[in-house]
Design a protein around this ligand. Structure first.
Ligand SMILES: Nc1nc2c(ncn2[C@@H]2O[C@H](COP(=O)(O)OP(=O)(O)OP(=O)(O)O)[C@@H](O)[C@H]2O)c(=O)[nH]1
Ligand SMILES: [Mg+2]
Length: 218
């Protein structure tokens, strides 16, 4: 029998290593960071802008926007007066730790308390690529339908908080909240969950209070 030598250069573990380095950079600068994931159009950018508005300057924030193309989202954040960096993946359906590392070096980290990263709109790929952020937050939105936890279990398992957005549309869409939450509970029991409308601001106060506690470690 010939001797078998297994040489597996694992891209995922290389990404994990760099993600740890990113987290060390953030920790050293005293920045708490969140990775926001969701389907396209779930309201990530609207939610980030409403979070900025609701925080009323209580935290010093920076934002990294991930998209396949365009700087539309980072322009909106910059217009709100915050440091914003755009990453264009050029086709990749997710951010990775290398992209985050490059974006971190373009931000004044020592002047920030909180870094929000908007990942590429996608319910499959982003959760497999650690960035080095401290928590993953998933935004689900009412028009996507109440079956999404059942259809995209990996995403629902891989997050530390869930935001159900666009609740202003509940009267117009057949979204069974019980059925949705049952699916979430099977995959990620006890997941911290917020129901909000990033458009009207409903529920944003609870989210922001929780976020402040995470940033301050209380
Ligand atoms: N009715 C309603 N519409 C919302 C709400 N939040 C966002 N929207 C709308 O949903 C659409 C998409 O919002 P975005 O914030 O661009 O969504 P996104 O997830 O950042 O989209 P991508 O970056 O393209 O993946 C826009 O027309 C928003 O005005 C909400 O709470 N209620
Ligand atoms: Mg966006």
């Amino acid at each position: 029998m010939p001797e078998r030598i297994s040489i597996v250069e694992n891209i995922m573990s290389a990404n994990e290593r760099l993600a740890k380095e990113n987290q060390a950079v953030l920790d050293k600068a005293g920045v708490f960071s969140i990775n926001i994931m969701a389907s396209p159009g779930a309201g990530k950018t609207t939610f980030i802008l409403k979070t900025i508005e609701t925080l009323h300057g209580q935290l010093r924030m920076g934002v990294i926007e991930g998209d396949i193309a365009t700087s539309l989202d980072s322009e909106k954040v910059a217009a709100a007066g915050l440091p914003a960096v755009q990453i264009n993946t050029g086709g990749d359906c997710h951010l990775d730790a290398v992209m985050l590392s490059n974006a971190l070096s373009a931000l004044p980290l020592h002047e920030l308390d909180l870094l929000i990263v908007e990942n590429v709109g996608n319910l499959v790929c982003p959760v497999s690529f650690a960035l080095g952020t401290h928590i993953n937050v998933l935004i689900a939105s009412v028009p996507e339908g109440d079956d999404k936890p059942y259809k995209y279990p990996g995403m629902y398992r891989g997050v530390q908080a869930l935001v159900i957005n666009k609740i202003d549309l509940l009267p117009y869409i057949p979204f069974k909240m019980d059925y949705f939450l049952k699916g979430v509970n099977i995959l990620n029991p006890g997941l911290v969950t917020f129901t909000v409308s990033a458009l009207t601001g409903e529920g944003m106060g609870e989210w922001v209070n929780w976020l402040i506690k995470q940033v301050k470690g209380i």
